[in-house]
Ligand binder design. Structure first.
Ligand code: SAM
Length: 284
């Protein structure tokens, strides 16, 4: 009997997920992180950075649709979007589906991630990097917002976890500089971990964003390979109305946008802000 080769994610000391791999497609230690791409029977292609699952072909649609369409349909008239991180291309792909968006800047620290994901995950970016509205900047997101003179209607921070290069993107300084890049009535959303095991990330982010915005909260999505229940996505804005809009209002915008989605829909949009008590308890 052939022994199956498996890869184990080591995000937590005492809990792990493993998956069978059929092939190691690419591996490199970039100047920023360890990048691995595997072919797997269960998840399609999988990318890890520093041993942590970043994206898989099988479940990426859930995360990328929820990170993008919730803020872009909640905002009444978004034109300019800033993406921090997002090197696999899933976020910019979903943003470009909104034809009312006029400009997208994406600030990614690691060119290798963009290059390798274009090659091994072609359906993630699906040509979005070549969209004339796209402006790709290779830089540390922290430095970019600290020196940025442009402003945006929606900022989407699709970073790694707060370890390694992503750590700076969860600091008060970063959030403060980031807010200076947000237009009045703008919305900031960010990848904010799995509260079942990363509860401190909720408490820290809530504390830091609450000092800067009239409203800081979270919404949730169940991304299978971000294991242990809901993934929380941070939400911050000075316009509290934006989170309270009706399903009908969101549905009008969704219908007008004219594209199909596989996870997101107006009912899910509104329901995603209903947080379980164990997450609410972390928001203090
Ligand atoms: N969806 C994944 C998650 O929830 O963990 C994140 C995917 S995406 C691949 C994360 C990206 O953040 C990577 O491409 C990484 O290079 C980028 N990144 C990490 N730290 C960064 C920083 N300080 N500035 C800009 N990009 C950064």
């Amino acid at each position: 009997m052939t022994t199956k080769k498996t890869v184990t994610e080591r995000l937590y000391d005492d809990y792990a997920q493993s998956f069978t791999v059929s092939d190691l497609l690419f591996e490199v230690r970039t100047e920023h992180q360890h990048l691995e791409i595997y072919e797997t029977p269960a998840l399609g292609r999988v990318m890890l950075l520093d041993g942590v699952v970043q994206t898989t072909e099988k479940d990426e649609f859930i995360y990328h649709e929820m990170m993008v369409h919730v803020p872009l349909f909640a905002h009444p008239n978004p034109k300019r979007v800033l993406i921090i991180g997002g090197g696999d291309g899933g976020i910019i792909r979903e943003v470009m589906r909104h034809k009312n968006i006029e400009h997208v800047t994406q600030v990614e620290i690691d060119q290798s991630v963009i290059d390798m994901c274009k090659q091994y995950f072609p359906n993630h970016s699906a040509g979005a990097y070549d969209d004339p509205r796209a402006n790709i900047v290779i830089a540390d997101g922290k430095d970019f917002v600290a020196n940025c003179t442009e402003t945006f209607d929606v900022i989407i921070s699709d970073s790694t976890d707060p370890i390694g290069p992503g750590e700076v993107l969860f600091t008060s300084d970063f959030y403060a500089d980031e807010k200076k890049c947000l237009n009045p009535g703008g919305i900031m959303v960010a990848q904010n971990g799995v509260p079942f095991f990363q509860g401190d990330e909720i408490t820290n982010t809530y504390t830091r964003l609450s000092k800067l915005y009239r409203e800081a909260s979270f919404y949730v999505a169940p991304v299978p390979t971000y294991t242990c229940g809901f993934m929380t996505l941070a939400w911050a804005t000075d316009d509290e109305v934006l989170r309270q809009q009706s399903v009908d209002t969101i549905a009008e915008r969704y219908e007008a946008a004219g594209f199909a989605t596989r996870y997101y829909n107006p009912e899910i949009h509104c329901a995603a802000f209903a947080l379980p008590n164990y997450i609410r308890e972390l928001m203090k």
